[in-house]
Write a protein that binds this ligand. Structure first.
Ligand code: NAI
Length: 342
C-alpha cells in the first residue's frame, strides 16, 4: 500500500495519509507549507479508506499501522465513511488500533474571519477510545437495535489526567467536564468521578462541571467563558464541530490525536467534503494548522509559530478567502499566500 517516499535529508519521518474527498488537496497544501518552513521532513505516504478496503478487505491495513508505530507520527487527510451500512470507519479504526486516546481540538477566534463572536479561545479534549464508538451494536429482534456505550475507569482517568496536564502545560486556567450524569448516572457518573480524581493532582487549575445540553446553550451564548473542556467521545465529536462554527467553520479548526509514548496523528476536524472534492475549492487552513500542531509536537515550535502567524496575516489582510469564508480563492491560491507570508 506504500506509494512513495518523498524528501531526501530527513530530520523527521512522517507517515502521510492523504485520505479521500478533499483529503489529497488539503494534505498536498499542508506538505507544501511545512516544507516551505525549512524543517527537514521525509514523508512516507500510505493509503487507507474505502478503495483500500475494496482491494485488501480492510480499510486500515497492517502496514499503515506499522508505519505510524515506527515513525510515531502521522499527518492525515479526512477519510469518507459510508452512512448506515458498509465498511466500519477507518478513522475510528486508526484511533483504536493506535490507542490514540486523546483528541485535542482547539478553537480560537481568527482576526479577519467573520464570525458571531470575538475572543473565543477554547480547547475540546475528547476521549477517543470508547463510549458509543465501541462499535458494539446488534439487532436484538427485528425493529430493535442495541448499541452499547462503554465507559471505563481506566480510559476516563487517563483522559482526565491528560486534560489537566494539557491545561497546566499550556497555562490554561480552568477545565470543565461535560457530561449527562443526571440521566446516565452510572456511565457518565463514573466518567465524572474519574475527572474529579484527576483534578486532585492539579489544585491550581479551576474545575467545574456542566451538563451537555446546557453546555451547548452556554457555548452559543457566551463561548468566550470557556477554557479547556473534557468529555466523552460522542459529546466531544458533536461539540467540537459546534465550536468550529463559533470561530468561522470547519475549514479553520485543527486537531491532534495523542496516544501513549508520544505517538500522535494530526488531522483537521472536518470530513472529506464530497460536495467540493476535486475542485480546488477546499480551505486548507484546518489541516495547515494541524500541521503546525504537529511541528510543535516535534519540538519545532519556531516553524509552528511562523505557520500560525502566516495564516493570521493572510486572514487579517482579508482579500483572499476560500468559499467557506465567503470568498472565491482556490485551495492553491490560499496555500501560496500562506507560503508567501511565512
Ligand atoms: P464534512 O466536514 O466533510 O463537510 C461538512 C460541510 O463543511 C460541507 O458542506 C463541506 O463542503 C464543508 N467543509 C468541510 N471541510 C471544508 C474545508 N476544508 N473547506 C471548505 N469547506 C469545507 O462533513 P460531512 O459532509 O458530514 O462528512 C463527509 C464525510 O467525511 C463522511 O463520510 C464522514 O464520515 C467523513 N468524516 C471524516 C472525518 C475524518 O476523516 N476525521 C471527520 C468527519 C467526517
Amino acid at each position: 500500500m506504500r506509494n512513495k517516499t518523498r524528501g531526501k535529508t530527513m530530520h523527521h519521518t512522517i507517515t502521510l495519509l492523504p485520505g479521500d474527498g478533499i483529503g489529497p488537496e488539503v494534505t498536498a497544501a499542508t506538505v507544501k507549507v511545512i516544507e516551505a518552513t525549512g524543517v527537514k521532513v521525509g514523508w512516507e505516504e500510505y493509503q487507507a479508506g474505502m478503495e483500500v478496503a475494496i482491494k485488501y478487505g480492510t480499510a486500515v491495513p497492517d502496514d499503515v499501522i506499522n508505519a505510524i508505530l515506527r515513525n510515531g507520527i502521522a499527518l492525515k487527510g479526512p477519510i469518507t465513511t459510508p452512512i448506515g451500512s458498509g465498511i466500519p470507519s477507518a478513522n475510528v479504526a486508526l484511533r483504536k488500533r493506535l490507542n490514540l486516546y486523546a483528541n485535542v481540538r482547539p478553537c480560537r477566534t481568527l482576526a479577519g474571519v467573520k464570525s458571531r463572536f470575538e475572543n473565543v479561545d477554547l480547547v475540546v479534549i475528547r476521549e477517543n477510545s470508547e463510549d458509543l464508538y465501541s462499535g458494539l451494536e446488534h439487532i436484538v429482534v427485528p425493529g430493535v437495535v442495541e448499541s452499547l456505550k462503554i465507559i471505563t475507569e481506566t480510559a476516563s482517568l487517563r483522559i482526565g489526567k491528560y486534560a489537566f496536564q494539557y491545561a497546566a502545560h499550556n497555562r490554561r486556567k480552568r477545565v470543565t467536564a461535560v457530561h449527562k450524569a443526571n440521566i446516565m448516572k452510572l456511565a457518565d457518573g463514573l466518567f465524572l468521578e474519574c475527572i474529579r480524581r484527576a483534578h486532585r493532582d492539579y489544585p491550581e487549575i479551576e474545575y467545574d462541571e456542566m451538563i451537555v445540553d446546557n453546555c451547548c446553550q452556554q457555548l452559543v451564548m457566551r463561548p468566550e467563558n470557556f477554557d479547556v473542556m473534557v468529555m466523552e467521545n460522542l459529546y466531544g465529536d458533536i461539540l467540537s464541530d459546534l465550536c468550529s462554527g463559533l470561530v468561522g467553520g470547519l475549514g479553520l479548526t485543527p486537531s491532534s490525536n495523542i496516544g501513549e509514548g508520544g505517538i500522535a496523528m494530526f488531522e483537521a476536524v472536518h470530513g472529506s467534503a464530497p460536495d467540493i472534492a476535486g475542485r480546488n475549492l477546499a480551505n486548507p487552513i484546518a489541516l495547515i494548522l494541524s500541521g503546525a500542531m504537529m511541528l510543535e509536537h516535534l519540538q519545532e515550535g519556531g516553524a509552528a509559530h511562523r505557520i500560525r502567524r502566516a495564516v493570521d496575516i493572510v486572514l487579517q489582510e482579508g482579500s483572499l478567502m476560500t468559499g467557506d469564508l465567503g470568498g472565491t480563492a482556490t485551495t492553491t491560491e490560499m496555500t501560496d499566500a500562506i507560503i508567501a507570508s511565512l
